[in-house]
Design a binder for this molecule. Sequence first.
Ligand SMILES: [Zn+2]
Ligand SMILES: [Zn+2]
Length: 274
Amino acid sequence: MYPSLSTQKHLPSPMASRILRPLLSAPQPCRLLITQSTPFLKPLRSLLANSIRTLPPTRAMSNDQAHADKKAEDVHEKERWKYNAPYRIHESNEHFEAKHTGQCHCGKVKFELSREKPLASKLCHCTTCQSQHAAPFQWAAIFHKEDINFNHGHHDLEWYDPTSKSIAHQLPCKVRCSYCHSPIMDEGRNMILLFPSLLDLKTQKAKDDFKPTCHMFYPERVVDVPDGLPKWTGINQQSELCEDTDAETVREYNRKRQKTNDEETGTNIPKDDE
Ligand SMILES: [Zn+2]
Ligand SMILES: [Zn+2]
């Protein structure tokens, strides 16, 4: 990081210059004194030697250094996500009250949640979830990224982006323990979908809070789940409700959708529910 000695120029410091200047402008005999090795000048010579200062690096070195600094900055920029939510370790003086705790199967990855009830809890039947979890469907609870505190931050975690099939951290991606490979969560651009199977849900209320409220990508299912919950053909609220969805839920959804549609188009013509 530091320029080599050969590229440095050595100059007397301002203090040494103050001492030198009157001596150099003094009459000849006096000037001679500073070039001769007389014992009484020893302290002055050592003062000069000690007060040598270094000039900034040459222009060529500055460019190299700037390039290296820029490169280090870019690497730092690329790694910055490791220190942001959801991987940022909350400081002990921050107000982060752990409402739930969880861990992977081997226990290397431990985390806390500051939110008591997830924003939503869903079952996903898409084929990516089936293969990534080696299970008929996935159970996920949605949280803000700031709601989670991994005790060891980004350490002991690994990432997989199913879209590009890359293990780089690219959103949205799957997050696992790098040792036992337990799936921990899906990390989206704004939210996380945490897998509640890892949580230590102590009370019945906590268990109720995490109960799934709908099914997504239901046509891709490998098993029927006749639980009366709304079932979507794709992402909830962004696709169609499909079979086994309670008739009243379908009617209510269609009413809401019609209302939104009317508001958007500026029409408000009453229509039948069906
Ligand atoms: Zn583990
Ligand atoms: Zn899925």
